[in-house]
Design a protein around this ligand. Structure first.
Ligand code: MN
Ligand code: MN
Length: 296
């Protein structure tokens, strides 16, 4: 791997780690979720990067893909299980990292289960290892705590401007068998739940991504699409970012852009049986000789 490229992966990892810690530190009882998100975004921008994707602040039975709405007034309560899933982009070189906290309290066993699953998985993650072995470590640890791994979420490859490159890394054994890549970047992300271990789409959508250029009739719609493609490339973005820049009227334009196939939607993901969910995630770089956890 070329030195300049490696430095950018490492910097993205370091900023992602700082962003994650900023989010966890801000997650106090009574804190507004929107303020937590904006503190994370400010940290990333102060360190000279952009978000890889909007900070995901998913509470309790929500597993992923919740980022605050425009003017969101939701407040964290003592005992909430908050997942802070964030990442930084340095010139398209990305990080993706998550941690879970019990708001205003100590880590419970659910939190410990996914944290330990990640740390055990990292012990065996190296080029060429079968992803099935990683899945089976994660499953064993989470079940040993009496919880279920979430089977339809998992790790993935990461490429430049490509948050979810091919190469799914399962959270259970027996579903996928494939060697990990020799060189490049991956993310491993165990999810543990008190529920059945399966997430479903809810109707809510707060995160969108550029899909492809399409003819757009409205002038404002064209302007918004152009902004999205130049500002975020193919990386996911928050609806509230667009509303903040273009005003409330942008909401309808975003709907039309989704209908036209120019943008895709990331639905808020909920545990099917309304189980509580915890998650930890790190980004790992294989540079051809070393194995580096960039977000540690
Ligand atoms: Mn993530
Ligand atoms: Mn990820």
């Amino acid at each position: 791997m070329e030195t300049g490229e490696k430095q950018k992966w490492l910097l993205a990892g370091k900023i992602g780690k700082e962003a994650r810690e900023t989010g966890i530190a801000a997650a106090k009882p009574g804190a507004k979720l929107l303020d937590v998100a904006e503190a994370i975004e400010k940290k990333i921008s102060d360190m000279g990067a952009k978000p890889s994707f909007p900070p995901n602040l998913s509470v309790n039975q929500i597993a992923a893909h919740y980022t605050p709405r425009f003017e969101d007034d939701k407040v964290l309560e003592k005992g909430d299980i908050l997942k802070v899933d964030v990442g930084a982009s340095v010139d398209g070189y990305l990080s993706d990292t998550a941690a879970t906290t019990v708001v205003g309290g100590d880590d419970n066993d659910l939190v410990k289960a996914s944290r330990e699953a990640l740390s055990e998985a990292l012990k065996i993650a190296k080029p060429g290892v079968d992803v099935n072995d990683i899945g089976s470590v994660i499953e064993r640890i989470i079940k040993s705590h009496g919880f279920s791994p979430i089977v339809n979420l998992g790790g993935h490859g990461i490429g430049r401007y490509d948050l979810h490159e091919e190469g799914f890394i399962p959270n259970i054994s027996g579903s996928y068998s494939r060697p990990l890549k020799r060189e490049g970047v991956i993310a491993i992300e165990p999810f543990a739940t008190t529920g059945g271990g399966y997430v479903v789409d809810s109707s809510e959508v707060q995160i969108l991504g550029f899909e492809e250029q399409k003819p757009v009739r409205s002038a404002l719609g064209r302007e918004i699409l152009e902004f999205i493609s130049s500002e975020y490339n193919k990386l996911p973005f928050a609806k509230r970012w667009i509303i903040k820049k273009f005003g409330r009227v942008a909401e309808l334009e975003l709907k039309s852009l989704v209908a036209a196939g120019a943008l895709s939607e990331f639905h808020v993901l909920k545990e099917k049986n309304d189980g509580m969910v915890s998650q930890f995630e790190h980004t790992i770089l294989f540079d051809g000789s070393e194995i580096i956890v960039t977000t540690a």
